[in-house]
Design a protein around this ligand. Structure first.
Ligand SMILES: Cc1cc2nc3c(=O)[nH]c(=O)nc-3n(C[C@H](O)[C@H](O)[C@H](O)COP(=O)(O)OP(=O)(O)OC[C@H]3O[C@@H](n4cnc5c(N)ncnc54)[C@H](O)[C@@H]3O)c2cc1C
Ligand SMILES: NC(=O)c1ccc[n+]([C@@H]2O[C@H](COP(=O)([O-])OP(=O)(O)OC[C@H]3O[C@@H](n4cnc5c(N)ncnc54)[C@H](OP(=O)(O)O)[C@@H]3O)[C@@H](O)[C@H]2O)c1
Length: 488
């Protein structure tokens, strides 16, 4: 086994040292999965040339547009990614969208290896009546809005016309949103929150936030650090129904098996015991609502277009499925929460592109250890030569930044193995145009590509603007501004 591993790595290095015939690799998506893949590939294959394309003029995916503005320390990872981007054998092509600027088959013709890591840029839907009413947003849109993603610059959430917001889901994204809605804006003003969002939050009339989970406190999908943080918001009234904290023997087993679940339950129990009976006048309120699933959204009047509340069905857990697998089933008992704003934080979903095998049920690209699987004529699955996947597109929309490091290691190991076993054509025998070919193609299509130096101009301008306001950066949040500064 050791011998075999040595053989693989020696051969991969030998193969890669022909600088005149580099292995041309294109990574699609510059989030954590894309950058970890590029870094690992550059380290493992000395002769590899890696181009990272992203549909935005800015790199770093959800580290820039997802991670909450009051989590600045998490964003330090971009320094590591920037070192990869400026390395000699790496190039960044911003403002290049797979599917519109260039097709998948074109990329596969231009490169020996294409690694898809373009994340999950859509949303799971509930499929219940009223889901299209005004005032209902996907968590992704709201997060993009406060993080200055150019696609949601104009969202204008209805923060001034209601005193309460309902968040459906109890994962970490839901907690991020609750924190942004409830935290004093004075504490957000020194973060890199988009200024349009800060101004809107300063004028927000929302005082009550309901975090609704279809299961119980033992199954809440958040993690302890994030829960502690939201519970620790200054002068916040926290409401948790004591009845919801009753646990079954199956819950006990779940807590025994998972330290995270136990910790969450303990934090919630402690918060329920230490709180006051009711909120003081003017105090902001956070209500945890467990064992309730959304049944429909309520409109302002018959045929009205604005949401005014959510009808919820009480649930109980089906314990036949055993510890760790309990699911919520409706009991036929209903109640509703009045609210002019609803945020659906029930998970993200990937968007397929033409020519890419896609599992619509799971919302991922079918793969074995990162090798994209297509179908033979007889329907049997087989790996698509030279096509790989990584990150949320590979595993589904779960996991923290570091999870993508392990994910990238697995995908790169598959690439290395395929090179060794000859299932990838040798760059010596089949040179490909790679970077030069892509640049020519994009030029012929008048795509205004943004190189990493263009991003560095954006970065410098954002930092300059931020320094005037005591913020780490003031994000440029429109396509026009971003492209203008990048192309100066
Ligand atoms: C709201 C939120 C907050 C989070 N906070 C944290 C946190 O605090 N700490 C933590 O560890 N983890 C956090 N995570 C999880 C972490 O962000 C993810 O694990 C990680 O970003 C997933 O990496 P990815 O590269 O697969 O996708 P992404 O980060 O989404 O990157 C995908 C990239 O692909 C690009 N792209 C999309 N479509 C195309 C296309 N057609 N052509 C070209 N490019 C395209 C996008 O512009 C993007 O740059 C958070 C997640 C969310 C949703
Ligand atoms: N600070 C951080 O580290 C940080 C911050 C943000 C995000 N992240 C990570 O990013 C990933 C994505 O987070 P996420 O919050 O989007 O997803 P998530 O953790 O999967 O949570 C999704 C939530 O939606 C609920 N849900 C799903 N479908 C539903 C339905 N049909 N009806 C009602 N509720 C439904 C789930 O309940 P069930 O449990 O019952 O399915 C769960 O509460 C996670 O891995 C998260 O940890 C990390």
């Amino acid at each position: 086994m050791v011998k075999m591993r040595m053989a693989i790595s020696l051969s991969a290095r030998k193969f890669s040292t022909f600088a005149s015939h580099p292995m041309r690799v294109c990574v699609v998506g510059s989030g954590p999965a894309g950058f970890y893949t590029a870094e690992k590939l550059l380290k493992t294959h000395e002769g590899a040339q890696v181009d990272i394309i992203d549909r935005l003029p800015t790199p770093f995916g959800l580290v820039r547009s997802g991670v909450a503005p009051d989590h600045q320390e998490t964003k330090v990872v971009v320094n590591q990614f920037s070192r990869v981007a400026v390395s000699e054998r790496c190039s960044f092509f911003g403002n290049v969208c797979l599917g519109t600027s260039v097709s998948l088959s074109e990329l596969r013709d231009l490169y020996h290896v294409v690694v898809l890591s373009f994340g999950a840029e859509s949303d799971r839907v509930l499929g219940i009546p009223g889901e299209d009413l005004k005032g209902i947003y996907a968590a992704r849109e709201f997060v993009w809005w406060y993080n200055g993603h150019p696609d949601c610059r104009k969202l204008s959430p209805v923060l001034k016309s209601t005193d309460s917001a309902v968040i459906l889901g109890q994962g970490n994204v839901a907690l991020d949103i609750a924190r942004i809605l409830l935290r004093p804006t004075s504490e957000l003003s020194t973060t890199d929150i988009a200024s349009h969002a800060l101004e809107a939050l300063e004028e927000s009339s929302i005082r009550k936030v309901y975090l609704v989970g279809r299961r119980g406190p033992v199954q809440a999908a958040c993690t302890a650090k994030e829960l502690r943080e939201v519970l620790g918001i200054k002068n916040l009234y926290v409401n948790i129904q004591k009845d919801d904290l009753r646990v079954t023997p199956t819950d006990e087993v779940e807590m025994k098996n998972s330290r995270i679940n136990r910790r969450i339950y303990e934090l919630l129990s402690k918060a329920a015991q230490s709180g006051t009976q009711s909120a003081a006048p003017g105090q902001r309120e956070l209500h945890f609502v467990f064992f309730r699933k959304p049944e429909s959204f309520l409109a302002s009047n018959v045929g009205g277009s604005k949401v005014v509340g959510v009808k919820l069905e009480k649930t109980m857990l089906n314990q036949r499925d055993g510890p760790g697998k309990q699911i919520a089933v409706g009991t036929g008992e209903y109640a509703h929460i009045d609210s002019g704003m609803v945020l659906k934080s029930i998970g993200y979903k990937s968007i397929p592109v033409d020519g890419l095998p896609f599992d619509h049920r799971k919302g991922v690209v079918p793969n074995i250890k990162g090798r994209v699987l297509g179908n033979n004529v007889d329907g049997s699955p087989h790996p698509q030569p030279g096509l790989y996947v990584c990150g949320w597109l590979k595993r589904g929309p779960t996991g923290i930044i570091a999870t993508n490091l392990y994910c990238a290691e697995e995908t790169v190991a598959s690439i290395t193995e395929d090179l060794e076993q000859g299932s990838l054509p040798s760059p010596l025998k089949l040179p490909k145009p790679g970077r030069e070919g892509l640049s020519q193609l994009l030029k012929s299509r008048n795509v205004r590509l943004v190189p990493f130096s263009g991003w560095e101009k954006i970065d410098a301008e954002e930092r300059r603007l931020g320094s005037l306001k005591n913020k780490p950066r003031e994000k440029l949040a429109s396509w026009e501004e971003l492209l203008e500064i990048a192309n100066q």
